[in-house]
Write a protein that binds this ligand. Structure first.
Ligand SMILES: [Zn+2]
Length: 115
């Protein structure tokens, strides 16, 4: 087990942090949609060049959301990953095509927008 994963589970157990909704897994190549598991945000690329963030829509529709992290494309998002592998995404994410949900992901936690 990776140290960050062990540390995160310890902090959850100690109730210092909440169980995150998403933790980051870094991969080199784009995953198949069925390889994107609940609770995992797959970040494609390396630390210098992150290309995509893929994760299951937390709204419950099961769609795999793909966010471009390439600053040369529009729209694009940025992902910061903390020492416990918890992602912070900005700006917020709005689903247009399925359940219409709108949310932030900060330190691995989903926060819903009211609209
Ligand atoms: Zn959805």
């Amino acid at each position: 087990m990776r140290f960050s994963s062990w540390m995160r589970q310890l902090l959850v157990w100690m109730r210092r942090i909440r169980q995150p909704d998403f933790v980051v897994k870094r991969v080199a190549v784009h995953p198949a949609p069925e390889a994107v598991k609940p609770g995992v945000m797959v970040v494609v690329g390396d630390r210098q060049r992150q290309k995509w963030a893929c994760f299951q829509c937390p709204g419950g529709c099961g769609e795999v959301i793909k966010l471009s992290l390439n600053a040369k494309q529009s729209p694009c998002w940025s992902v910061e990953v903390d020492e416990l592998d918890c992602p912070t995404i900005s700006p917020s994410i709005r689903q247009l095509n399925c359940c219409g949900c709108h949310f932030w992901i900060r330190r691995g936690q989903v926060t819903w927008c009211d609209d």
